[in-house]
Design a protein. Structure first.
Ligand SMILES: Cc1cc2nc3c(=O)[nH]c(=O)nc-3n(C[C@H](O)[C@H](O)[C@H](O)COP(=O)(O)OP(=O)(O)OC[C@H]3O[C@@H](n4cnc5c(N)ncnc54)[C@H](O)[C@@H]3O)c2cc1C
Length: 226
């Protein structure tokens, strides 16, 4: 019997949608879109699969709450099951999608939004839903093409958009991991929220750095991609 999260995900109701668009926005990284049938709150996820026999995987919505379509951002895991199949889809193909859900929700209060890789997706939804005021976006990636939606983020955040690039250098980029950038900060703003989104390793390491710098645990909200 499936228990826990995987059991919960398998029981989600799924509806069939026609893929409206799919595009590769960076090497092995795609945005796919389909009709918005249900309202959602910025930061929520949907479960997606391509056929009943494959358990759905979760994807953060990266489009704004008032847009006509729902979009998600994903990268191909070459040893994974679903993401290579999603990347091979064409416009008009059928996908199965759950209604949106989740508690990693943005609001209008000051916060730092911290992401690694495709973990930037929920923040793009929050940005496009009007929640970018008083925010700093710190995004980590290995290569200079890892900063998905870079132009949009630059327009929205200016100097409050920190791109931490660990394996390449480039104009305007911090050369190093986002955890190094965080360690170098003398003082972190108190009393505000810190949102963390990405792999479990990144979330745990960032959480430890924040706590070591005096951030209270109840000011840290995490979304772990596994
Ligand atoms: C809340 C949440 C939100 C998410 N949002 C996003 C998002 O916006 N964008 C995004 O790209 N991803 C997101 N993810 C991750 C996504 O759900 C999938 O995990 C990802 O796309 C990989 O799916 P896959 O089927 O290709 O890989 P899977 O087949 O699920 O495999 C994933 C990895 O685990 C390894 N693996 C599989 N089974 C085992 C095993 N038994 N033992 C050891 N290793 C194993 C595989 O080799 C692979 O590297 C999110 C996850 C969560 C939980």
């Amino acid at each position: 019997m499936d228990t826990g999260l995987s059991g919960f995900i398998k029981k989600l109701p799924l509806e069939v949608f026609k893929l409206k668009s799919i595009s590769e926005i960076s090497h092995d990284v795609f945005v796919l879109s389909f009709d918005k049938k249900h309202d959602f709150l910025p930061g929520q996820v949907v479960a997606i699969t391509v056929e009943k026999t494959i358990p759905p995987r979760l994807y953060s919505i990266c489009s704004g709450k008032d847009e006509k379509d729902i979009s998600v951002l994903f990268n191909i895991k070459h040893d994974g099951i679903l993401s290579p199949l999603l990347a091979a889809l064409k416009e008009g193909d059928a996908i199965m999608v759950s209604p949106p859900f989740g508690a990693f929700l943005g609001d209008e209060k000051p916060a730092w939004w911290i992401a690694a890789g495709t973990g930037v997706a929920p923040y793009r939804s929050m940005l496009r839903s009007g929640l970018a005021n008083n925010k700093k976006l710190i995004h980590g990636g290995r290569t200079t093409d890892s900063f998905y939606f870079e132009n949009e983020m630059l327009d929205a955040f200016n100097e409050n958009y920190i791109r931490c690039c660990s394996q390449e250098s480039g104009e305007g980029l911090y050369n190093g991991r986002l955890t190094n950038w965080l360690r170098e900060q003398q003082q972190l703003p108190a009393g505000q929220m810190y949102y963390l989104c990405g792999s479990s390793e990144m979330v745990v390491e960032v959480r430890d750095i924040l706590i070591s710098k005096g951030v209270e645990i109840d000011k840290i909200m995490s979304e772990i991609y596994f």
